[in-house]
Design a protein around this ligand. Structure first.
Ligand code: C5P
Length: 243
């Protein structure tokens, strides 16, 4: 069978040319990587879970009026998305100190932050996605000041939705990463949430026990990763039948 044209292959996903102009097929692989791909494993079923969970979150965002690239899920591992021009930034929203922020500032993991804090990393695997100040973003024209204002507003709306959705099933949204893309309509651009939202790109802790239900299970060798993701899916009522 003829395979579709591959547009891009990342660490956890592949993008293929879509069936209609302006669309792409986003395929979720089972690969898990951490520490800038120094640690790698293939974890059977992870792609299926992330495809379903990302569908769930993107659909929920659309329902509350937050635009995303998601069109529809095609099968267990693939979804149809709108082709966007990705802004080369990882947008990180933090509600509690953890991960690189806790390390950088010597904070205890789990300490509540006085307000959600947004930070930006440059999307560049070779450089290990370095944290960049807004001044760099503007000066190097990775995004304009207007884009940044819009991105912050978008990210805070995503945070509200995601925090509520997770809190409702007994999970604390510690932090997460999104990517944002531009869709052009003539000379006008619209910013939409792109890429994926899944336990690969969030920190999710059980509200009661503090158990980690996200990629830290893999990063820190805390147990079975798909069991953790399946627990998130189960609580949200997102149940993949088989891989
Ligand atoms: O490692 P750090 O604490 O900076 O990560 C913050 C959040 O962003 C975590 O939820 C992590 O999973 C996510 N992240 C990501 N992709 C990256 C870097 C961070 O999804 N390249």
């Amino acid at each position: 069978m003829a395979r579709r044209k591959k547009i891009y292959e990342g660490k956890a996903k592949i993008l293929y040319e879509g069936p209609e102009p302006g669309t792409l097929v986003q395929y979720f692989k089972d690969d898990a990587t951490a520490f800038n791909a120094e640690k790698h494993a293939v974890i059977e079923g992870k792609g299926v879970l992330n495809n379903r969970l990302s569908e769930f979150f993107m659909t929920g965002l659309a329902q509350v009026g937050i635009p995303t690239h998601f069109l529809r899920r095609l099968n267990m591992r693939e979804q149809l998305v709108r082709q966007v021009e990705i802004i080369p930034l990882e947008i990180i929203v933090r509600n509690f100190a953890a991960g690189s922020m806790a390390k950088r500032l010597g904070m205890e993991e789990g300490a509540a932050l006085p307000q959600p804090i947004i930070e930006f990393s440059l999307k560049d695997d070779k450089l290990g996605d370095p944290l960049v100040p807004e001044e760099y973003i503007i000066a190097f024209q990775w995004a304009s000041q207007q884009d940044l204002d819009d991105i912050v507003r978008l990210a805070l709306r995503v945070n509200d939705f995601m925090s509520g959705a997770m809190y409702g099933v007994g999970i604390k949204l510690v932090d997460f990463k999104i990517e944002v893309g531009r869709i052009w309509d003539g000379d006008f651009q619209r910013l939409v949430v792109a890429d994926e939202i899944s336990p690969d790109s969030c920190r999710l802790w059980d509200l009661q026990s503090g158990e980690k239900l996200d990629k830290d299970v893999f990063r820190r060798d805390l147990g079975n990763l798909t069991d953790a993701y399946a627990e998130v899916a189960r609580r949200l009522g997102v149940m993949p039948t088989n891989a």
